[in-house]
Design a protein around this ligand. Structure first.
Ligand SMILES: [Zn+2]
Length: 80
């Protein structure tokens, strides 16, 4: 089993506070390639809004923070 701890710098999608969270990723498929993305859901400690964070497990780079999950449809990655 592959396990990886990733430090994420997330800006809360609701209140704009910066959250530094460590998430633990594990499971098959984690290291499938550089384009593999993982999802972590965390509640903001300031406003308690759920943030669904899509990130690259290898680099810890945050791809997108969503306030709601769009089930069945992955968001387009943005390169800005
Ligand atoms: Zn917040």
């Amino acid at each position: 089993m592959i396990a990886l701890e990733v430090l994420l710098d997330v800006i809360c999608c609701a209140c704009g506070e910066q959250l530094a969270v460590t998430v633990r990723c594990e499971g098959e498929g984690l290291m499938d390639g550089p384009d593999e993305k993982a999802l972590a859901s965390l509640a903001c400690p300031y406003c308690h809004q759920m943030n669904h964070v899509i990130f690259a497990p290898e680099s810890g780079e945050v791809v997108e923070v969503l306030s709601r999950l769009r089930i069945g449809r992955m968001p387009e990655p943005s390169l800005n």
